[in-house]
Design a protein around this ligand. Structure first.
Ligand SMILES: Nc1ncnc2c1ncn2[C@@H]1O[C@H](COP(=O)(O)OP(=O)(O)OP(=O)(O)O)[C@@H](O)[C@H]1O
Ligand SMILES: [Mg+2]
Length: 566
């Protein structure tokens, strides 16, 4: 059954509005040309003449009176169009249509009378007849677009259809009353049923090993420090430093977990544990907010949090019942010029009424001295512990223990990874990543493939093609020497941040060793700015002299791999 569509328009006699041809606004190009052809043939106009309602009505078989309304019936299926005149008689439109069908599609016997059909747009919607309504003045489409036949560009929906989180819910999340939930899985997780899959999951950095080989001494030191303070009922501060991936966080977490278990069984005095990570804070002073939240469960502003903590640690009335162990990981990140947050964290244990034991972790060895005056640090009485980079034997042991029982790696492949990593940084994280990548490469060959040296070499090659490594390869020889000089300086001092004067001295020595003329300060500064622009180095934007501060923004391993190929 063909869909009949009627278009109703109001015509004012003598008035030529609307001047715009009606079909141009609402039809798709294909339908428009077809309707135009049919209309023109109906009214005797040439195909290229534009059709205006005025013309159409002028040419039509019967004149319309002033303010009369005429309906155009458009048959979209047959691409035909005819004017529909409403009769005063009781003849319904369906009767009229069936009669006109019998007579012929567009032939209308000269109607005797016309009537003014004054129907509101909404009421004119008929069964089986979809209608388009518009007025000549506004040319506004009132009903849904029935001419859409797929040719028009689809409109972009205004909203994605997803419901926004209600404000009240967001407020509750901020206040900590409710915590956001992760949607439950629709599919069950894949089981690690092959040796390679088991190996891959054990090599992932998020995997928590039952014990930490090669860190037994450090584990013992931290444990005895904490136990001693808990039993002595006094506060204290320990500063742990070491290059990335040397197991600082893993060791401290393992010690605290051990103590929490011991506290439950009553082997050590009970305590409250607060865990802070500089990386997770948006701003250093948020440290106060986080500590208060973990201690009291309340979320307050940083000013309120600071005064609450001052009261807890200095006023007897506000003294906490249980001792507090506060772990501050990534301390370097919360260091600002004002140094107030770091100073308070290191100072509270000395004057606290509540027993407070602080463990801080950072990459640089002399952070407290650089931040706080020597006099102050000596008063703080810091206990220090440095985590040395792993040797190749230690790395081999760590990886082998993680792979225990999987029988998926050739021991030579593990040794190759350990040697490669130990020669550069001694970073356990890097060794685990390379082994994991090698396992992925081997898995492509089959589930039971043994990871060999060739897979490890492929994994190392994949690392070399990383964008940062490629960027280093494309640097000039001088820029590569600058990067090497910065790494040497960081290794020499054990401090992540260095200054231009030190790097320049190292650069001159490097140039001399490699048979190059020594470079001037200006050229070296220019090379450093270029490396800063590529973000391979982080440089002080304000100061471009001997005191310019420089930080390496890539892993030393990347520099090593990039330059090794040369
Ligand atoms: N002795 C070890 N035995 C087993 N796994 C280890 C050992 N040391 C480090 N790892 C693993 O190496 C990864 C990095 O360790 P961790 O996060 O403790 O390093 P980090 O010294 O805190 O580094 P960063 O300074 O970057 O924070 C972790 O997945 C950890 O499990
Ligand atoms: Mg860490």
């Amino acid at each position: 059954m063909s869909t009949r569509k009627s278009l109703r328009l109001q015509k004012s006699r003598g008035d030529t509005t609307p001047a715009t041809p009606i079909h141009q606004n609402f039809y798709s190009p294909r339908l428009r040309s077809s309707v135009k052809r049919n209309l023109n043939s109906s009214f005797g106009a040439s195909e290229h003449e534009s059709l205006s309602p005025t013309k159409l009505l002028k040419a039509g078989p019967s004149p319309a009176k002033k303010n009369e309304k005429i309906t155009l019936v458009i048959d979209k299926k047959n691409m035909t169009c005819r004017p529909l005149f409403r009769y005063e008689s009781s003849e319904s439109e369906d009767d009229y249509v069936s009669r006109s069908r019998a007579v012929g599609k567009r032939k209308v016997k000269s109607p005797v009378k016309y009537t003014h059909v004054n129907v509101s747009p909404k009421k004119t919607v008929n069964k089986g007849v979809e209608e388009l309504h518009f007025t000549p003045v506004k040319n506004k489409l009132l009903e849904k677009d029935v001419f859409y036949d797929g040719c028009r560009t689809p409109r972009t929906p205004r909203s994605s259809g997803k419901k926004a989180t209600p404000r009240s819910t967001i407020k509750q999340i901020r206040e900590g009353t409710i915590t956001p939930k992760v949607q439950s899985r629709t599919k069950a997780m894949e089981l690690d049923d092959t040796p390679l899959k088991v190996a891959r999951s054990h090599l992932h950095v998020s995997y928590v090993p039952t014990d930490l080989p090669c860190r037994e001494k450090e584990h013992e030191d931290i444990l005895s420090f904490l136990e001693g303070k808990l039993f002595d009922k006094c506060g204290g501060c320990m500063y742990i430093s070491g290059v990335p991936g040397t197991g600082k966080t893993a060791t401290v977490t393992s010690v605290v977990n051990h103590l929490l278990k011991a506290a439950k069984t009553g082997d050590v005095p009970n305590f409250q544990y607060v865990n802070l990570n500089g990386m997770k804070l948006t701003e250093p002073r948020q440290a106060y907010v986080e500590i208060v939240k973990q201690l009291t469960g309340k979320t307050v502003t940083w000013e309120q949090a600071q005064s609450t903590l001052e009261e807890i640690f200095t006023k007897k009335a506000k003294k906490m019942k249980l001792p507090i162990i506060l772990l501050v990981d990534e301390l370097d990140i919360i260091c600002t010029k004002r140094q107030d947050v770091v100073y308070n964290i290191l100072d509270w244990p000395t004057k606290s009424i509540t027993q407070l034991i602080v463990i801080t972790i950072a990459n640089t060895m002399d952070l407290p001295e650089r931040l706080l005056m020597n006099r102050v640090t000596s008063r703080l009485g810091l206990t220090r512990l440095t985590f040395q980079a792993y040797t190749h034997k230690q790395l081999q042991e760590i990886v082998t223990k993680r792979l225990f029982g999987t029988n998926s790696f050739n021991p030579d492949a593990v040794q190759l990874v350990a040697r490669k990593v130990a020669s550069v940084s001694g970073d356990a994280r890097r060794a685990l990543d390379i082994c994991r990548r090698a396992a992925e490469i081997a898995e492509v060959e089959g589930d039971d493939t043994l990871v060999s040296m060739s897979h490890v070499n492929e994994a190392l090659k994949a690392m070399i093609t990383q964008p940062k490594v490629r960027a280093i390869k494309n640097c000039s020889r001088l820029e590569q020497y600058v990067l090497q000089a910065v790494i040497s300086e960081v290794e020499r001092t054990g401090i992540e941040e260095t200054v231009f004067s030190n790097v320049y001295q190292m650069l001159v020595s490097l140039c001399a060793v490699n048979g190059f003329n020594s470079v001037s300060c200006t050229i070296a500064l220019r090379a450093i700015s270029k490396l800063g622009a590529c973000r391979l180095l982080l440089v002080d934007q304000k100061c471009h002299d001997l005191d310019e501060r420089i930080i390496l923004n890539v892993s030393p391993d990347d520099v090593y791999y990039a330059l090794k190929e040369e």
